[in-house]
Design a protein around this ligand. Structure first.
Ligand code: HEM
Length: 500
C-alpha cells in the first residue's frame, strides 16, 4: 500500500467513516441535485465531520476538506490519483477529451501542447486583443449607464470571456459583446449543465437510448465541433500563407506542434483542446468577476478607494493600454481572489485513487473517488483572520493581514481555486490578466450598485458555481470625481484601506 499524507495515528478503515444514509443501488445520488451539489457536500461536512464517505451509484466517494490533505492528493498526480473516473468517458463521448479529462500517457504531451500554446500566445502578443475587448466592454457599459439600464452581469461577463477566450483559442473573435446569437455562446451555454448532469447520473441511459435533451446536446456539440473545424481550416490557411510566421493565437501554436511529423496529435486532439480551453476559460473567469461585483456593490468606500487606484494606474487611458501596466494592477485581481475565497467558483475537485493508499489517516482502496472540498478551509479562522469578512487587502504581497488588529492568519495554501500540483490550472495567468483589466476599467469609470437584495442571489453549480443572477446598475463617475476625492455615500462602511 502506498501512503500519502500519513499521520502518526493508526489508519482508519474507509468503511468506518461516517456516511449519509444511502439507498441500495443509487447510494446517495438521489440526494444530490446537480445545481446544489457543492452545498449538499458542504452540509454533510458540517453534519458528519470530515472525512466522510458517500456513494454515487457504484462509485465509493471519500470527501475531505483539510487543505493539507487536499494539497497532498492534488500533488500526487498524475500517478497516484486521476480526475474522478466518471469524467473521461463522458468527455470522450462528447468529443472534448482534452487536457482536463485526459489521463495516463496521453496527459503529459497534451499538457505540453496547451502550455506551449498559451506560452506562444503569451500575453504580450495577445494583450492588444484583450485590451480591445475590454474597451468594447467599456463602451457597452457606458451606453448602459447613460441609459440607466440594469445589466445582468452574469451575461455581460460571459460575453466578455467568450470573446477573449475565443479570440485566444480560435483566432476568431465572435464579438458577442456587440452581436447576439453567436453559435459559440449559445451552444456552450447548453453544454456545461449537460456535462454536470451526466457526471452525476447513476445510470448512463444515453448510451442505450437518447431523450430529447440528449439529442439537443448532440446538436449543440455538432455545431461547436463544426465551428472548431472551420477555425482549424482558417488557421492552417493563414500559416500556409505566412510560412515561418509566429503563431498568432493558441490554435495556430497548437497546429504548429501537431503538424510536426510524428507528433501523434490528430485534428480531433486539437479540437478537443481548443474546446477544453473554451470550457475551462469562460465560466470560471466570468463568474469570479460576477461574484466580485456583489462584494464591490456592498462597499462604496472600497469602490472609492479602488477608483483612486485605477485613476493612478490608468492615468488618462480608459483601460490599461500596455502589457507592462498589467503588473501594476495586482490589487484589482485581489478583489476577485477574495470574492472567490468566500464564493468559490470551483468549490471542489473530484479525483480517483489509482492504487490502495492512505489519505490523511484513512486507508483508501484503489478506485475510491476523493472529493476535495475547498470552501470550509477558505472560510475557516484557522486559515484566514476574520474569515467571513470581504477584505481584499489580505492578499497584498508581503503583508500578513490582521483584520482590525487580530493576530494575522493568512494561509494562501488553503485557497485552492486553481487546484495544485502538476495539473494546476494552466489558464490562471490569463484569468488574472482579464480580471485586472475588467476591474480596473470598471472602477475607474463607474460606481457599482446591486439592483436586488444580495440575499436573493443563490449559488448554482453548472460545473462552476454561477450566481443565479447579478443585476447591476452602473453609474458613470462624474468627470470632477475622476480627478479628485469624492465623499463616500452616507452610511458607507469605513474604507478598509484607510480612505473615505
Ligand atoms: C478564475 C478562473 C479560473 C479558475 C477558478 C480555474 C480553475 C481551475 C481548476 C480548479 C482546475 C483543476 C486544477 C487541478 O486539477 O489541480 C483547472 C484546470 C484547468 N483549467 Fe482552469 N480555471 C480558470 C481559468 C482558466 C482559463 C482562463 C483557462 C484557459 C483559457 C483554463 C484552462 C484550464 C485547463 C485546460 C485545465 C486542465 C489542466 C490539466 O488537467 O492539466 N482555466 N482550472
Amino acid at each position: 500500500m502506498n501512503t500519502i499524507a500519513l499521520t502518526a495515528a493508526a489508519p482508519r478503515r474507509f468503511a468506518d467513516l461516517p456516511s449519509p444514509r444511502a439507498l441500495p443501488v443509487l447510494g446517495n445520488a438521489h440526494q444530490i441535485q446537480p445545481a446544489r451539489m457543492h452545498l449538499q457536500l458542504e452540509q454533510w461536512a458540517r453534519e458528519l465531520g470530515t472525512p466522510y464517505r458517500m456513494r454515487i451509484g457504484p462509485l465509493q466517494v471519500m470527501v475531505v476538506d483539510d487543505p493539507e490533505v487536499a494539497q497532498t492528493v492534488l500533488r500526487d498526480r498524475p500517478s497516484g490519483l486521476t480526475r474522478a473516473s466518471m469524467f473521461r468517458p463522458i468527455f470522450a463521448e462528447l468529443g472534448i477529451d482534452g487536457l482536463f479529462s485526459t489521463e495516463g500517457d496521453d496527459w503529459l504531451p497534451q499538457r505540453k501542447l496547451i502550455m506551449g500554446s498559451l506560452a506562444a500566445s503569451n500575453f504580450r502578443g495577445f494583450f492588444p486583443t484583450i485590451r480591445a475587448i475590454t474597451e468594447r466592454l467599456h463602451r457597452r457599459w457606458q451606453r448602459a449607464a447613460t441609459a440607466g439600464e440594469v445589466l445582468e452581469m452574469t451575461q455581460e461577463l460571459i460575453r466578455f470571456t467568450v470573446d477573449v477566450t475565443s479570440a485566444l483559442s480560435f483566432g476568431d473573435d465572435p464579438n458577442t459583446l456587440e452581436q447576439s446569437g453567436h453559435v459559440i455562446q449559445d451552444h456552450l451555454a447548453a453544454i456545461f449543465p449537460a456535462i454536470m448532469k451526466r457526471t452525476l447520473a447513476p445510470v448512463p441511459h444515453w448510451r442505450w437510448f437518447k431523450l430529447p435533451a440528449d439529442r439537443r446536446l448532440d446538436r449543440h456539440l455538432a455545431a461547436v465541433h463544426a465551428y472548431a473545424h472551420e477555425c482549424i481550416a482558417k488557421a492552417r490557411a493563414r500559416l500556409a500563407a505566412h510560412p515561418g510566421a509566429e503563431p498568432a493565437n493558441a490554435l495556430e501554436a497548437m497546429l504548429l506542434q501537431a503538424d510536426q511529423p510524428g507528433s501523434g496529435f490528430t485534428d480531433e486532439v486539437v479540437v478537443a483542446n481548443v474546446l477544453t480551453l473554451l470550457l475551462g476559460g469562460e465560466d470560471t473567469t466570468a463568474h469570479s468577476l460576477a461574484w466580485t461585483m456583489m462584494y464591490l456593490a456592498a462597499d462604496p468606500a472600497l469602490q472609492q478607494h479602488m477608483h483612486h487606484a485605477a485613476m493612478e494606474a490608468l492615468g488618462s487611458e480608459s483601460v490599461c493600454t500596455a502589457h507592462e501596466g498589467v503588473r501594476e494592477l495586482e490589487v484589482f485581481e485581489h478583489l476577485a481572489t477574495e470574492a472567490t475565497r468566500l464564493r468559490p467558483v470551483a468549490p471542489f475537485l473530484g479525483l480517483a485513487a489509482t492504487r490502495d493508499m492512505v489519505i490523511g489517516e484513512v486507508e483508501v482502496p484503489r478506485g475510491t473517488q476523493v472529493m476535495t472540498l475547498f470552501r470550509p478551509a477558505q472560510i475557516s479562522p484557522r486559515h484566514f483572520s476574520a474569515p467571513l469578512r470581504y477584505d481584499p487587502m489580505r492578499w497584498q504581497r508581503g503583508r500578513g493581514h490582521s483584520g482590525d488588529g487580530d493576530a494575522a492568519v493568512h494561509d494562501p495554501r488553503a485557497y485552492l481555486q486553481f487546484g495544485a500540483g502538476a495539473r494546476v490550472c494552466p489558464g490562471r495567468h490569463l484569468a488574472g490578466v482579464e480580471m485586472r483589466l475588467v476591474l480596473s476599467m470598471l472602477l475607474k469609470h463607474f460606481e457599482v450598485e446591486l439592483a436586488c437584495d444580495p440575499g436573493e442571489i443563490d449559488e448554482v453549480q453548472n460545473f462552476t458555481v454561477t450566481p443565479s443572477k447579478m443585476p447591476v446598475r452602473l453609474r458613470l463617475r462624474q468627470p470632477a470625481a475622476q480627478g479628485g476625492v469624492r465623499a463616500a455615500p452616507a452610511g458607507a462602511a469605513r474604507c478598509p484601506f484607510g480612505h473615505g
